[in-house]
Design a binder for this molecule. Structure first.
Ligand SMILES: Cc1ncc(COP(=O)(O)O)c(C=O)c1O
Length: 299
């Protein structure tokens, strides 16, 4: 990973190398931390953070699910994120806010543990590398919605994603697709999925997935273009049979899917995928007036 100069920690900007924690930090043992992933892009007016407020609101939602009280307001976290981007003086990159139960008390229940927060930024290129990608249905099923708050970004939930991703890559694929406990299509380890069939765009409904902010953005963009976007329970066969398919996510942006389980899509990077991806990239780079309210310029 490419290091930057500074990390925001518990209200202060400190050198990257000094952002350390104790080995008996509660969250390190029990997965009891929550996090966000945001991107910022170079624009003519300066670096622009994409949908900052929505990410911060989701961070607070995730924290609430594990009863972690963030000792800052959402506005203060927004300002801290802006400040962290600013002091590091990079034009484009990824932002990782993390809120965790710290050092001072062991045992599964975190009640009484101190809460710590960090915000790091670093340059991060295209997450999935190749585009379009080959995807494999994972033997690991997505966490049951009654097992944890699986629509929250809780670090412990991500063991499920790690297993799926490692398995897919070990078998020569670029990424995994997880099914839910009922055998329906859920999401990638860190991405939401869309398919296109006869010019209609489909994506699995909320409830058993992370409600992605890129997912929401792409749905809005597609509807503004006049496409019908339907949230629908999808079976693997719907994806095998699709004209186009793509993943969305902050890290993955819009990544076209060439095949699922070696079933090629009719169009590996189809026209609708390309149109949505190009529009998304023009928006995040500040080249599309209509969606400028999604950007927070760092001055
Ligand atoms: C499991 C999972 N699904 C979907 C997404 C995509 O969400 P977003 O577009 O908000 O980054 C992510 C990434 O945060 C994720 O971890």
């Amino acid at each position: 990973m490419k290091e930057t100069n500074y990390i925001w920690m518990d209200g202060k900007i400190i050198p990257w190398a000094d952002a350390k924690i104790h080995v008996l930090t509660h969250s390190l043992h029990y997965g009891s931390a929550v996090f966000e992933g945001l991107r910022f892009y170079e624009t003519e007016e300066g670096p622009a953070i994409f949908r900052l407020k929505e990410h911060t609101t989701r961070l607070f939602y995730s924290a609430d699910t594990i009863k972690l009280r963030i000792p800052f307001s959402e506005d203060e976290i927004n300002s801290a994120i802006i400040e962290t981007v600013k002091v590091n003086e990079i034009k484009t990159g990824y932002i990782r806010p993390l809120a965790f139960f710290g050092y001072g008390k062991m045992g599964l229940r975190p009640t009484g543990s101190p809460v710590n927060l960090s915000i790091a930024v670093w340059p991060w290129d295209s997450y999935l590398g190749a585009n379009p990608i080959n995807v494999k249905i994972s033997p690991y099923i997505r966490i049951h919605p009654q097992s944890t708050s699986m629509d929250a970004k809780i670090t412990g939930n991500y063991v499920n994603s790690t297993f799926a991703g490692v398995d897919a890559v070990s078998q020569g694929y670029d990424e995994a697709l997880l099914l839910d406990f009922e055998g329906n299509v859920a999401e990638g380890p860190g991405e939401n999925i869309f398919i296109v069939k006869n010019d209609i765009i489909y994506t699995p409904p909320k409830g058993k997935i992370l409600a992605g902010i890129t997912r929401d953005s792409i749905m809005t963009i597609a509807e503004d273009f006049g496409y019908s976007v339907q949230e629908k329970v999808l079976k693997p066969e719907d994806v095998y049979d699709a004209d186009e398919a793509f993943f969305t996510g902050t890290a993955a942006e819009v990544t076209a899917i060439a095949s699922l389980d070696d079933h090629p899509m009719k169009f590996p990077t189809g026209p609708i995928t390309k149109k949505l991806s190009d529009t998304f990239l023009s928006i995040v780079k500040g080249l599309n007036e209509k969606y400028k309210n999604w950007l927070t310029i760092v001055r």
